[in-house]
Design a protein around this ligand. Sequence first.
Ligand SMILES: N[C@@H](CCC(=O)N[C@@H](CS)C(=O)NCC(=O)O)C(=O)O
Length: 259
Amino acid sequence: MLKLYEHPFSPYVQKVKISLYEKGIPFEAEVPDAFSGAPTKFGELNPRLEVPTLVDDGFAIFDSTIILEYLEEKWPKPAMMPSAPRDRARVRMIEDVCDTYYEAINWGLMEVRAWKRVTGEKAAAIERRAAEQTAGVMRWLERELGKSQWFNGASFGYGDLCVYPFLNGSVVWGAGPKAGSKLAAWLARMGERESVRKTVAATQQFASSMDALATMLESGAFKRQYRDHRLEWMMRSGGVEVVLEGLRKGTIRFSEEVS
Ligand SMILES: N[C@@H](CCC(=O)N[C@@H](CS)C(=O)NCC(=O)O)C(=O)O
């Protein structure tokens, strides 16, 4: 059986889970011991120490986009990817914006609100930047949706499962789409799908752990990964001091060096 190393909160994991459920592929899920940044057995499967990591009969694959491609190629039915080359390019662009731009906004809010990297006026200023950026990305998504019911085109698919985890992240932070908007209607349609319901239900078991995060960060149990777009987000959104403080305290890490 496929094994998915995951964390239910991870939007990248959620993309993969929605696809697995939609395709009806059985899998077992495990949260790895990976988030302190210290070397563990998990590092042999994924040197980046990231989830999702999918293991198929001893073959380990990292990165949600690569995993989704693998699933599509090995289990082509039902297809998640649209068939027309333009639509395929379009949904891949939507995925890229969500993975490398939208994700950082929700991640940054978590750094401030849950991990409590900053408080008071400094936190409020960073949150204001996040609110502006969220509104912007939602305007962009509304345009991408256009008159369609689905990001994928005529029916649900890849474009939709790539947007959902990020838009739902905004909902979790109290910044969901405006009532009555096209995006709100799309979100409601997504919420009716069993694949989405199961994926979201799995987050519940970890919901209560949110309160302890700031203390756990101080204890060294977590070393947060400030890689590429996340680092850029923190720098551009007023969090230079957050980065410097995290480096001083050793509570942040960058991408692993390949060797
Ligand atoms: N590009 C990767 C990103 C995966 C990623 O960033 N995963 C996060 C969880 S959302 C992670 O495992 N971070 C490790 C850490 O924070 O230590 C993908 O698409 O799978």
